[in-house]
Design a protein around this ligand. Structure first.
Ligand code: DQA
Length: 153
């Protein structure tokens, strides 16, 4: 059974209250519950972690090695600033799907750049809370292809 880490960064603990006109009314707890349900339906499992601290997020990525098969990552504003998170993903050699509730490419120019994108399998953004279940499906599809390629080799 595939095991995924759903990792959320700064300020995402305030979802539901934070700028609802941008991020909607769904809370992080509700998003995490949906992730658990969707994973369960698809025969996978998820653990969920949120932190407002860059170092804690880096530690969580390192700790995912050997424990999880993939990470669904919304790094919040660290997406646009953190070379350290980018390096953590490269170092951990674990597939990451980047997610955002909002479409970061349709917002302020400083949000158009993602350091995560260059080391992620792919990016899903702009679908509000639905970005997360979409990312889980995308990750499980990616892991299946990896497995099939390994079986052939
Ligand atoms: C976000 C987009 C980021 O630009 C912002 O800093 C966030 C949330 C999103 O999910 O849309 O904190 O990652």
């Amino acid at each position: 059974m595939a095991s995924l880490l759903v990792l959320n960064g700064p300020n995402l603990n305030l979802l539901g209250q934070r700028q609802p006109e941008v991020y909607g009314h769904t809370t992080l707890a509700e998003i995490e519950e949906t992730c658990r349900q969707v994973a369960d339906e698809l025969g996978a499992r998820v653990d969920c972690v949120q932190s407002n601290h860059e170092g804690v997020l880096i530690d969580a990525i390192h700790a995912a090695r050997g424990l999880h098969d993939g990470i669904i990552l919304n790094a919040g504003a660290y997406t646009h600033t953190s070379i350290a998170l980018m390096d953590a993903i490269s170092s951990a050699e674990i597939p990451v799907v980047e997610v955002h509730l909002s479409n970061i490419h349709a917002r302020e120019p400083f949000r158009n750049k993602s350091y995560i994108a260059s080391v992620a399998v792919g990016q899903i953004c702009g679908f509000g809370p639905d970005s997360y279940p979409l990312a889980i499906r995308a990750m499980l599809g990616h892991l299946k292809v990896l497995q099939e390629n390994q079986d052939v080799a």
